[in-house]
Design a protein around this ligand. Structure first.
Ligand SMILES: CC(C)=CCC/C(C)=C/CC/C(C)=C/CC/C(C)=C/COP(=O)(O)OP(=O)(O)O
Ligand SMILES: O=P(O)(O)OC[C@@H](O)CO
Ligand SMILES: [Mg+2]
Length: 252
């Protein structure tokens, strides 16, 4: 059985080729004002990613709701555990939290999820999920028992990205944690991209178009926002335009 690149991932690559950068909006099934976010999300995001770090209860129903509204962009699951899977999405970040102290998060959870993903015919997108300082102060770092990568040691993140590449993963997510007081540093993104060449997603604490712009210019292929859009859906436009501006500059 050959693991080929699926429809969703192919679409992400074609946007990267034509626009130079991707913008994903994270929707937590537990959030209140999902409908307000979903109204405009297709105009500005290249995908909706769906997940929560402390247990999701109504994922099937919420994902069906999202798919009723969001027709033109993919819905990708961002699972916080095996309860983060549903057959109603298009794809799933098949992720290993590579720098967790607990092998449940590095290997067992994705392994238990693999069977469910096959049964649900979800497209798996292989991804290294890397917790970066200050992730320990956020839900992801706590739940995932992360041995967080220090912000001032960007080369450690770069090594993980290279290792992920050698494992055959195609994406790496540098995660500072939802609501992080400071996002992953530009330097860490730059050295990680230069050393590994892996597709890099950056999320955690990105709250302004300027910061989103800088993460793409530093080498990220995609940025994720969750908290800031939950609080103010209208900021999607500014972040989208900054991400795409940085993407165009990278294509020059
Ligand atoms: C591949 C499968 C089926 C499972 C892998 C599961 C793994 C490795 C999870 C890593 C540990 C973890 C807790 C990931 C959470 C990812 C996520 C949904 C983050 C978004 O968290 P928010 O809900 O935005 O954070 P708050 O709860 O603070 O709002
Ligand atoms: O909520 P924010 O801080 O945008 O973080 C998004 C995502 O990286 C959380 O896992
Ligand atoms: Mg949440």
């Amino acid at each position: 059985m050959e693991i080929s690149i699926g429809k969703v991932e192919k679409r992400l690559y074609s946007i990267l080729e034509s626009e130079g950068a991707l913008y994903f909006v994270l929707v937590d099934p537990e959030d209140r004002n999902i409908s307000q976010i979903l109204e405009k999300v297709e105009e500005y995001a290249d995908a909706v990613i769906v997940g929560g770090s402390i247990g999701v209860s109504n994922l099937d129903e919420i994902t069906r709701e999202i798919k009723k509204i969001v027709k033109d962009i993919p819905v990708i699951l961002f699972p916080g555990n095996i309860d983060g899977l549903t057959p109603y999405a298009d794809a799933v970040f098949f992720m290993s939290l590579m720098n967790s102290n607990n092998t449940y998060w590095t290997t067992l959870a994705p392994t238990l999820g693999a069977l469910i993903i096959k049964r649900y015919s979800l497209e798996p997108i292989p991804m290294a999920y890397l917790g970066v300082e200050p992730v320990r102060k956020t839900a992801v770092g706590f739940v995932g028992e992360v041995n967080e990568i220090p912000q001032r040691k960007p080369e450690i993140a770069a090594m993980y990205c290279l290792s992920a590449r050698y494992f055959g993963m195609r994406w790496a997510y540098l995660e500072a944690g939802s609501g992080a007081e400071c996002p992953v540093s530009d330097e860490m993104i730059k050295v990680s991209k230069e050393l590994s060449g892996i597709n890099i997603i950056v999320g955690g604490g990105i709250r302004t178009p300027e910061v989103a712009y800088r993460k793409i210019v530093s080498g990220a292929d995609a940025v994720v926002t969750g908290t800031v859009v939950e609080g103010n859906p209208s900021i999607m436009e500014g972040i989208w335009s900054a991400v795409k501006k940085a993407g165009r500059e990278k294509l020059r």
